[in-house]
Structure formats: structure tokens, C-alpha cells
Design a protein around this ligand. Sequence first.
Ligand SMILES: CC(C)(COP(=O)(O)OP(=O)(O)OC[C@H]1O[C@@H](n2cnc3c(N)ncnc32)[C@H](O)[C@@H]1OP(=O)(O)O)[C@@H](O)C(=O)NCCC(=O)NCCS
Length: 302
Amino acid sequence: MTIQFFSPSLIDEPYLADAIFTPYRSLLTNANPDVVSFVETEKRRVIALILALTREPALLFLHVTPMHRRKGVGQRLLAALEAELAMRSCRYLDVAWARDRSGGEGFAAFLQEQGWPSPKPHMILYGADTQRLVDASWMQAFDILPTGHAIVPWSDLKPEQLVKLRQAIRFESWVPVELVPFNFLGNRVDGSPPEKKFNLAYVVWGNVVGWNFAHRVDAQTVRVSCTFVHPSLQQQLCMLALWREIFNRLTASDYRHIHWVVSVERESMVNLNDKSMLPYLSMRSEILRSRKFLSGKPDVNQ
Ligand SMILES: CC(C)(COP(=O)(O)OP(=O)(O)OC[C@H]1O[C@@H](n2cnc3c(N)ncnc32)[C@H](O)[C@@H]1OP(=O)(O)O)[C@@H](O)C(=O)NCCC(=O)NCCS
């Protein structure tokens, strides 16, 4: 068995065709200096793959064909990746996975064996089917917005509104760094492209005070990547009005499923989702995260 860097000519290997999540295929095939990937081969056939990003260092994918498991393949690939990232001056590597997904416990045990710290709750991943959201009739109450309020496509914002928003983000402190809207306009780290019909702005008397951005997971599934409303603005009601608009657009689209995540640190948002959306959910899953410092010592700035 040998380990080598992934090469795009391998993408049609039968094992990879089945194993890889669609958006990762484009990450692997577009020459992208932010991506690091190794494969393990046996008799010239790929039997395992590891994929990570370097800018915000994250392990996205590690998979070993079932018949080659528990032979040290995963361990070798992870060690090769960690060495490569350390060489590229990455100080740490993150990995996140759903607690309840099949194989989650085995993966946690595997990481522990490789010296990774115990995982901690990071996000809640919610999922709902379009069909069920139609039943959320109480949301109709949010169809009529207060005077001066409007929800508009992000692409309709005027340059002066965007300039004012950029200034507010820079000089005021109401936008958390991880929810800055301009960071959601392009592809996400996993390669999923923006789904512009769900990119919306919440505007009050012409000022942008909230937004929603979404990305396409596959032909049937869209993921809301960021929803935010200014904390001083009866946040929950404006938030529900944004959701109502998204659900209206969802039922008019070909998407059958919608996913969204909420950081466990945003406790009020988790409570709002758990309280208001519970009857419509098809999925509620806790995402765990572990971070390994590649230098061996926790960095005080992280
Ligand atoms: C998790 C996974 C990558 C491990 O790869 P692997 O090649 O089987 O792992 P290794 O042989 O290198 O395991 C090294 C050690 O980790 C631990 N380990 C690995 N898999 C384990 C499991 N399922 N349960 C408990 N411990 C496990 C063991 O201590 C093992 O040593 P041992 O076999 O001598 O006891 C592999 O099982 C896999 O592809 N799973 C499905 C996909 C997945 O869960 N990916 C991770 C999320 S992206």
C-alpha cells in the first residue's frame, strides 16, 4: 500500500465515485491551493482518501473502504495530512461531525487514538422537508411587516446601502465576525455554490439590518448558511419574518429539503428553533468539533 497526493486523474476511480460527497468532487478537481488531499492505493487502486482545507484548517473528509479498515490506513493518512499541514505552517486542524451519524462513535475513538482532544458540542444541524413547512400556518402572521420594514433580494441592494453596511460592520459592534454577510456571497468551504434566490436582506427605512444566505447542497437540498438580524430589533420577530419569506420561496422552488445550523453559543437561537420549528423538523443533530494543535501546544490566540 502507498500514500500519494490526490491527483485529479483519480476522480473517476470506482471507489471515489461512490464515496465522495458531490461538492467535494469540485474541491478535488479544481486546482485550489487551499485544498490538501492524499489517497492510499493498493495495486494501483484507490482504497482511501483524506481531504482538508488549509486557510481555516479543517479536515473535511476521511474515508477508508470497509474491507481495508482497522489495518492502520486511516492512521497513516491522518499522520501524512497533519505533517503536511504543519509544514505549511497551519497551527491547528479542526474536524466536525454529527454525534448521531452512523460510525460517529468509531470515528471519535479513532481520533482519540491519534491524540486528538475529546470533542465538544459545536452546532445544531436542523433539517426540514418543504412539504412539512407548508403546515406552519402560524407563520402567515409574518407576511405583513411593520411600516418601514422590507425583505428584498440581496442583489437589489443599492451600492450606497452596501457601503453603509460595510461601515456599520467596521465601526459598530453588532455583527458577529462569523456572520458578516459579505463572507457568504461565494462558494462555501465545502464547495457548495450560493443559491441566490434565498439571499435576502432585511431592511428598515432603507438600512440593512439583517440577512439570509443559502447554498445548494444537491438538486433537492438547500442549506441556509447564515441568518442574522440586528439584536436590538425584536430579533425573534424579524427573524421569523425572514424565515417565512425563505419558506415561501422554498415551496415555490424544486428543493425538497432545507438544512440550517445554529452555533451552540447562540443559545437564544437554539431555543427559538427548538420551540418554534420542532413540529416541522425531519432532523435535529448535534455537531461535535475537535481541534488538534499541530505544534502539540494549545495556542492562546485560538
Ligand atoms: C474512521 C475511519 C477513517 C478509520 O480508519 P481505519 O483505517 O479503519 O483506522 P485505523 O486502522 O488506522 O485505526 C487506528 C486505531 O484507531 C482506533 N479505531 C479505528 N476505527 C475504530 C472504530 N470503528 N471503533 C473504535 N476504535 C477505532 C483503533 O484504536 C485503531 O487501532 P486498532 O485497530 O489497532 O485497534 C474508517 O473507519 C472509516 O472510513 N469510517 C467511515 C467514514 C468515517 O467515519 N469518516 C470520518 C468522518 S469524515
